[in-house]
Design a protein around this ligand. Structure first.
Ligand code: MCN
Length: 789
């Protein structure tokens, strides 16, 4: 294959899939270390309770049991509490109220599934049996699961640090100008909007294998992490497990994360601590029930939204109040999700002169909530696009034209909520989607569906999102505890093969392919000469990992910087070797050439010359290896239009998505096939949220949908054959002009689906998930309301 067939823009099949689809992937649970023991956790069956006693004597006497470790020993050994790494200040200037979160709790448990002790035994089954034999007595306390209830006077209190369960009461935007816009509005659209709680469901549940080497006083942790360096940093700096240079974190093949594997959880910490305590390597792999109960959940907002319009149907103001349920503890980045990742996107694709948002974050007796694919942007998009559709209906405008009328058209565009959009063409994606769906033909399709007794509806979502969170200085000023740059090292070996060490981590996104395509494109070398190394703190320089659809825009930009340095040095050397001026050297198709002559040297010969170092320019160091750190100057802003068409059976409430068109702008695209795969996955997750998925708790805090029997993940026959297209405005902020694609589908799709269903049934009173029962009820309620009028 020539390099052009493998470079930027080529539909190269994913190189990593050979091992994944042949069962040759190496996941954490595949790792073994001689003498390895297994951990099983003793977990609270109560959502809120005092631990009154713990008796491990029977468990300790069981065959194969090495140890039963409790909170008391954890605290005595000085293991730190889990922390939230993004400081949010309330509008009165006070810092967020963080309750203490121990990896093993010995006093008060605050959600079902919270770990109170761990058993280490020679087999997983013996560890599980012994965990079941630990006798824990609890004094149950009243629990609260809904965030609005948790704020009510007299609600059960979770943490002494957070009076009234309020973590922060934060605001953004200008309240006075927003209120003024409402005072003079010609029309105001008001809505209450609920964003349902989701459980992330990566194919591979979380796992850890920790091994302590007493002679070296060194730990190794294999774990299912999206960001092994951040894990090492947090485990060292805050949890007091080991100094950074004495802890190696390896995230080998990881079977999906969708955000849930960004965070450090109690179990990984406990395995590390237990490996030193017992002198044995300790492995833990979550079963699916543990995943449901302990992986950070997503979304869970209650909001009130008001949109002000002038007499010409232009938006003049947007006012939002949101209550965000953060669960029982503040997970690692949870505080940033309903604030800087949510409210900063409330301007959508629209020129809105005044916005004010107030967000209250609340503790409840539920699993902690943190970033899940989209993290804040799906909540913002759902709110904005439901309100836009509703406002268009209220003022009697076509929903597409209402949006178009209010689009941002000149860039850069400073919104009233921090974000400065750098580039975009929202008309282009709307036009592409309208044409693809044949909007003009919708009325005829609706009539034809009606003749078959079906309700047909169409719904829009013109989403915008922000990824590649940056720059570090700016996010630092907003409370982030870390920088959000990325690193790369490009090692050209003496024979001309190339290893790229990246601080990003791939857990399904195809980096081993797309990152190599970049190198192939740049140097004109075959993909098979390039390998991508990631996920091991001992191999790779410090890096920030993968989340926020940043690996293309930020991670690949760091690689570009390192490639620039390699190319500059190699050209200098090639010029020296060919006795030519450096400015005359070009690199084409894997060969250095001297312009205007027939002199040339293949890439590998220059690489070899750099390592033999027999004939180098004066002062040049041997070798061909360069590193770079890249800190973006701004977020990137992927945007697009999704249009969903549904048919509903009014007798059953069952929704069928009959067509779904997605027109996205991801800037420069490295691999269209991988991008399409990312969009397919994202759309399916978004449709899952809209139609099927819900983490439902009963009033005592028991997770009712805690297994695949009750939590409905979308399957192939729940989704249509998507029709995807892209329009391109390149991102001016990074060298490749890329915008992220990994979350867009999940961000943009839920409102398109719900807007289509509410259009079909003629009733706007519908919450996600729009199950057949919910839709059937909404149809009935709509009819009852009509009859009463
Ligand atoms: N890409 C491209 N052209 C672009 C943008 C991206 O070819 N203009 C390619 C990239 O090179 C990369 C892939 O598309 O191979 C995704 O890139 P990007 O949008 O930068 O996202 P990340 O690689 O940073 O992945 C993170 C993103 C997030 S935040 C979640 S959540 C998510 C997602 O990716 N989790 C996933 N997709 C996932 N896919 C799988 N299979 N598993 C997960 O856990």
């Amino acid at each position: 294959m020539t390099s052009s067939a493998e470079g930027i823009g080529a539909r190269v099949t994913r190189r990593e899939d050979k091992r994944f689809v042949t069962g040759k992937g190496r996941y954490t649970d595949d790792m073994t270390v001689p003498g390895m023991a297994h951990a099983a956790f003793v977990r609270s069956p109560h959502a809120h309770a005092k631990v009154t006693s713990l008796d491990a004597s029977a468990a300790r006497a069981m065959p194969g049991v090495e140890a039963v470790l409790t909170s008391e020993e954890l605290v005595a050994d000085g293991v730190g509490n889990l922390i939230c790494g993004w400081m949010i200040h309330s509008k009165d200037g006070s810092p967020m109220k963080m309750g203490a979160w121990r990896a093993l709790e010995g006093d008060t448990v605050r959600h079902v599934g919270q770990a109170v002790a761990v058993v280490v035994a020679d087999t997983p089954a013996r560890a599980r049996d012994a965990a079941d034999a630990v006798v824990v007595e609890y004094e149950p306390l009243d629990a609260v699961v809904d965030a609005l209830d948790a704020l009510k006077p007299g609600a059960p209190q979770l943490h002494p640090e957070a009076e009234g369960n309020l973590i922060y009461d934060w605001e953004i935007g200008d309240q006075a100008t927003t209120d003024a816009a409402f005072a003079s509005a010609a029309h105001v659209t008001r809505m209450e909007i609920r964003n349902n709680r989701l459980v992330p469901n990566a194919m591979e549940p979380r796992a850890a294998l920790a091994s302590y080497d007493e002679a070296e006083e060194h730990y190794t942790l294999w774990t299912t992490s999206q960001n092994p360096h951040v894990a090492r940093l947090v485990l060292s700096a805050f949890y007091n497990i080991a100094p950074e240079h004495k802890l190696r974190v390896i995230a080998p093949d990881v079977g999906g994360g969708f955000g849930s594997k960004i965070f450090i959880y109690p179990e990984e910490m406990v395995c590390l601590w237990a490996s030193k305590k017992t002198g044995l390597p300790v492995k833990w792999a979550a079963d699916r029930t543990e995943a449901f109960l302990t992986d950070a959940h997503g979304r869970d907002h209650h909001s009130e939204a008001e949109l002000a319009l002038d007499a010409d149907n232009r938006i003049t103001g947007f006012r939002v109040k949101t209550v965000a349920n953060l669960g029982a503890y503040m997970s690692l980045f949870s505080s940033s999700v309903p604030t800087y990742l949510y409210a900063t996107l409330l301007s959508g694709q629209y020129a809105i002169p005044a916005i004010h948002a107030n967000v209250k974050a609340v503790y409840t007796n539920t699993t902690p909530v943190d970033a899940y694919r989209g993290a804040g942007r799906p909540e913002a998009t759902y709110l904005v696009e439901r309100v836009m559709e509703t406002a268009a209906r209220e003022v009697g405008m076509d929903p597409a034209e209402f949006r178009r009328k209010n689009f941002v058209r000149s860039f850069p565009h400073q919104t009233p909520v921090i974000m400065c959009y750098d580039a975009g063409d929202y008309d282009a994606s709307l036009d592409a989607a309208l044409q693809a769906i044949d909007y003009a033909g919708f009325a005829a399709r609706k009539a034809e569906a009606a003749s078959r007794g079906k309700l047909r509806g169409i719904g829009f979502s013109c989403y915008i999102e922000a990824c590649g969170i940056a720059p570090s200085q700016a996010v630092g000023s907003l409370g982030a505890g870390v920088g959000l740059w990325e690193s790369a090292e490009v090692r050209v070996n003496p024979v001309g093969t190339i290893e790229v060490l990246t601080g990003s981590h791939s857990h399904g996104q195809g980096h081993e392919t797309t990152f190599a395509q970049l190198v192939s494109d740049r140097f004109g070398v075959g993909l098979d000469t390039v390998s991508i190394v990631h996920g091991d703190t001992d191999k790779v320089q410090f890096g920030m990992g993968t989340y926020g659809s940043r690996s293309g825009a930020v991670g690949m930009s760091a690689i570009v910087k390192a490639l620039d340095k390699v190319e500059a040095k190699a050209k200098k050397l090639a010029a020296h070797l060919m006795e030519a001026a450096e400015g005359d050297i070009t690199l084409e198709g894997g060969t250095f050439k001297v312009a205007g002559t027939d002199k040339e040297l293949p890439f590998f010969q220059v690489a070899l010359a750099a390592y033999t170092a027999h004939n180098m320019p004066e002062g040049m160091e041997p070798g061909l290896k360069e590193g770079a750190f890249y800190d973006p100057t701004n977020f990137t802003f992927p945007a697009g239009t999704y249009i969903c068409e549904v048919e509903i059976d009014p007798d059953t409430g069952k929704t069928e998505i009959v067509d779904f068109v997605a027109a996205d702008d991801f800037g420069t695209i490295i691999n269209p096939m991988i991008v399409e795969g990312q969009v397919h996955g994202g759309l399916t997750q978004g449709i899952g949220q809209a139609l099927l998925e819900n983490a439902a708790y009963d009033e005592d805090g028991q997770l009712l949908s805690g297994s695949y029997m009750d939590y409905c993940m979308p399957r192939a026959d729940d989704v249509p054959s998507y029709r995807l297209m892209t329009t391109v405005t390149t991102c001016p902020g990074n060298p490749l002009g890329m915008k992220g694609c990994g979350e867009a589908g999940a961000i943009g799709s839920p409102p398109a689906v719900i807007n289509a269903i509410t259009d079909a049934i003629g009733s706007n009173d519908l919450v996600m998930p729009a199950t057949p029962a919910a839709v059937w009820q909404a149809i009935r309620q709509g009819r009852t309301a009509e009859a009463a009028e």
